[in-house]
Design a protein around this ligand. Structure first.
Ligand SMILES: NC(=O)c1ccc[n+]([C@@H]2O[C@H](COP(=O)([O-])OP(=O)(O)OC[C@H]3O[C@@H](n4cnc5c(N)ncnc54)[C@H](OP(=O)(O)O)[C@@H]3O)[C@@H](O)[C@H]2O)c1
Length: 279
């Protein structure tokens, strides 16, 4: 039996739901009954046409430096399920996640997220590469890793196999030997004397022509950016689950701050919300 044959009536109905094609219906599209059915459908057809997501997430001026943070949280504010953000997401969130990568010049992550999530090389799919090249962008965004201790291995695939030479953002008091080793596979950039200065970090990326910054976390890095008032946009996926337990929030550390944001849009995918907030 083929994958299509296995679909239930609800699944088949969704395949023809006009909501996938129009912005208005996009906000109210009902979903199929089971998680398994949703996952099978997502494999068959992305929920949103690419142009729709590009229209919703494009910035007005790509030459203006812009720091966009993309995070996911449970309904009760947990940033992880079983220690990983991947436990909260699904294929619809992944479609937005991939689109945001496609639109970025640089993907910035904290070293803790790399260590926890085991990122491979940052390499986009063929459609995204074609879209980027048509729009005058490099085939792949640059990976930028933020670290103080530099507990990163130069032979880690995310660095060693990167299609674009990655950047390691650190400070002048980080271990010199580690800087030297990582310098064999990445550009090591100092952004502060004894600690990473978030604004210096963004300025360093902008000097390299990397103005559209996508920060994929994690919570420590996001907390630092909030403290420095360096966040222009938050794309937050709200995953329809009550996690309970002691999982942390999507920001940790940094001094308290109350940065007011305004809602740019809400996309729904079954019970999941994709919220876009701008400063
Ligand atoms: N819900 C979500 O959307 C989401 C997104 C990403 C990650 N996560 C989850 O978050 C967890 C990891 O949390 P985390 O807070 O440890 O992640 P993180 O912010 O990625 O990592 C913290 C580490 O990154 C480096 N770092 C971050 N900010 C820095 C700064 N301002 N200056 C210098 N170094 C800085 C430091 O590395 P060194 O120790 O090397 O100095 C620090 O120990 C994982 O479980 C991951 O799955 C969730």
């Amino acid at each position: 039996m083929s994958q299509t044959d296995e679909l239930t009536m609800t699944d088949t109905a969704l395949l023809t739901t006009p909501g996938a094609a129009t912005g208005t219906a996009l906000l109210t599209t009902p979903g199929p009954a089971t998680k398994e059915a949703r996952e099978r459908l997502s494999n068959l057809a992305p929920r949103w046409p690419l142009e729709e997501l590009v229209r919703r997430y494009a910035v007005a001026d790509r030459l203006a430096p812009h720091v966009r943070v993309n995070m996911i949280a449970s309904l009760d504010g947990a940033a992880t399920h079983d220690g990983l953000s991947g436990g909260l997401n699904n294929a619809d969130d992944k479609q937005v996640f991939d689109t945001l990568r496609m639109l970025s010049d640089v993907v910035m992550v904290g070293a803790g997220t790399l260590r926890a999530e085991g990122y491979g090389a940052l390499r986009l799919g063929d459609v995204a590469v074609a879209w980027r090249q048509t729009h005058g962008l490099a085939a792949h965004p640059t990976l930028a890793v933020v670290s103080s201790r530099l507990e990163l291995r130069a032979d880690d695939p995310m660095l060693a196999d990167a299609p674009v030479r990655p950047v390691v953002l650190t400070h002048g008091a980080s271990p010199a030997a580690r800087r030297e080793e990582l310098g064999t596979v990445a550009d090591v950039v100092l952004c502060g004397e004894r600690a990473v200065d978030p604004r210096a970090m963004v300025a360093a990326l902008v000097r390299r022509g990397l103005r559209q910054v996508l920060c994929e976390g994690g919570p420590h890095l996001f907390g630092t950016l909030v403290e420095a008032d360096a966040v222009d946009e938050l794309c937050l996926t709200l995953s329809p689950v009550l996690e309970g337990g002691g999982a942390g929030r999507i920001t940790t550390g940094g001094a308290p701050a109350a940065r007011r944001m305004r809602l740019a849009h809400v996309l729904t995918a079954d019970d999941m919300l994709m919220l876009r907030y701008l400063r």
